[in-house]
Design a protein around this ligand. Structure first.
Ligand code: HPA
Length: 235
């Protein structure tokens, strides 16, 4: 049991898949895991452990934003001895070069967030994925015949902003899309010496306001869920 997770220590697997949304964690557990069990529901941040193709996996939500994923991923790494966290989420594309449903394997996360600086005295504006999971995702994508693109991502602290367009940090670090969590996850993994990766599905194209519809969302996200599960099996 940690401050924000009520599971017993042995109830969390070494590999954790971390969607932002607790109901998405539940969906993955219900559709893919065998013999799964709800192991924490503190603050409704649902966390399930079960097995996929014989491998024990935990699916636990992160909530939204660097502060939230910062708390959950840190407690998983340090109080539950988790080795690897794979964030699975959605992102908005800054460019029409990306298309709805595209799947990104995040190489580096750039952010204006002060999270890494004030938590770990990591002063960098850009932090890479940690460990070998990124490479395993690339290989799993090939094995599944998916076109998984490697990309840098902007982890923003804001969803709504006064001035539209691509923020300076995204241009500076060649980030074609934006989400809100990878930077803090990578910072925690870097500080604790653990493994972290992020897989994202493009859910909206910001310049054209195109979005994946509610109906399409489930199908779109299933591809990413399956990629993350197949990756977890190979770790
Ligand atoms: N901004 C930030 N995070 C997101 C977006 C966005 O437009 N779309 C999906 N996640």
């Amino acid at each position: 049991m940690s401050v924000h997770i009520s599971a017993k220590k042995r109830e969390i697997a070494k590999t954790v898949l971390q969607p932002g949304d607790p109901l998405r964690a539940q969906y993955i557990a219900e559709h893919y895991l065998e013999n799964y069990k709800l192991v924490s529901k503190t603050r409704n941040i649902l966390c399930f452990t079960g097995s996929y193709k014989g491998k024990e996996i935990t699916i636990g939500a992160s909530g939204m934003g660097c502060p939230s994923i910062g708390i959950y991923s840190y407690e998983l790494y340090t109080e539950y001895d988790v080795d690897t966290i794979i964030r699975i989420g959605t992102c908005g594309a800054y460019t029409e070069n990306l298309k709805l449903f595209d799947i990104l394997n995040v190489d580096n996360a750039a952010s204006e967030s002060t999270y890494a600086k004030y938590a770990w005295e990591i002063e960098d504006e850009i932090i890479p994925h940690q460990g070998k999971t990124f490479d395993v995702i690339s290989q799993a994508g090939k094995d599944l015949n998916l076109n998984v693109k490697s990309a840098n991502i902007h982890s923003s602290d804001v969803f709504y902003r006064k001035t539209p367009g691509t923020p300076a940090i995204a241009t500076k670090y060649n980030c074609p899309a934006v989400e809100m969590e990878a930077f803090a996850l990578f910072a925690n993994a870097k500080y604790t010496g653990k493994n972290a990766a992020t897989i994202l599905t493009v859910s909206d194209i910001i310049p054209t306001l195109e979005q994946i519809s509610a109906d399409e969302r489930e199908r779109a996200l299933r591809t990413m869920m399956e990629l993350s599960l197949e990756t977890a099996v190979k770790l």
